[in-house]
Write a new protein. Structure first.
Length: 159
């Protein structure tokens, strides 16, 4: 073969501009995504439509076991709401109790009772002893709200 019989070689194609290269890359990605979507549809056609959630570990402890002091304060609040609240004594003849007595009656341990008393004092704003602050409360609803605030503090601290 001689040089005269060969077809002329085309000049090298100039470099493509950025827009053209981006359009070509975009088209290639779209084609690949379409193929992947089709393959996924074919490979999962036999599966049921409703997705199943994976088995997740469940914490078997109840909220009271996780936060025993918070549970104690909730029980004391429920007792105050059920049996009544009293201002000047630990308990009265009608069954009403002061805040400290309600905590004492509902406590399952001295440690829980001590933590609950500290949180109750914080919920009352600190300062004066709890019996003095108990005397300043206005009614049963006010006393129950203070116990609820102390329970919220216990929950925030994980107690």
């Amino acid at each position: 073969m001689t040089a005269a019989t060969l077809a002329p070689v085309a000049a090298p194609v100039g470099e493509l501009d950025l827009e053209t290269r981006m359009a070509m890359a975009d088209a290639a990605v779209i084609v690949r995504l379409d193929r992947a979507a089709l393959a996924h549809a074919v490979n999962t056609a036999h599966l049921p439509d409703s997705p199943t959630l994976p088995h997740l570990p469940v914490d078997t402890q109840s909220a009271a076991e996780q936060n025993p002091v918070a549970a104690l304060l909730h029980r004391a609040r429920a007792r105050i709401l059920r049996d009544g609240w009293c201002r000047g004594a630990a308990h009265n003849s009608g069954g009403g109790m002061c805040l400290l007595e309600a905590i004492h009656v509902e406590a399952r341990s001295h440690a829980e009772e001590g933590e609950a008393r500290l949180l109750l004092r914080r919920a009352l704003g600190g300062g004066d002893p709890i019996p003095e602050q108990n005397r300043r409360l206005t009614n049963t609803a006010h006393a129950a709200a203070i116990l609820a605030a102390a329970a919220d503090l216990a929950t925030q601290r994980g107690l």
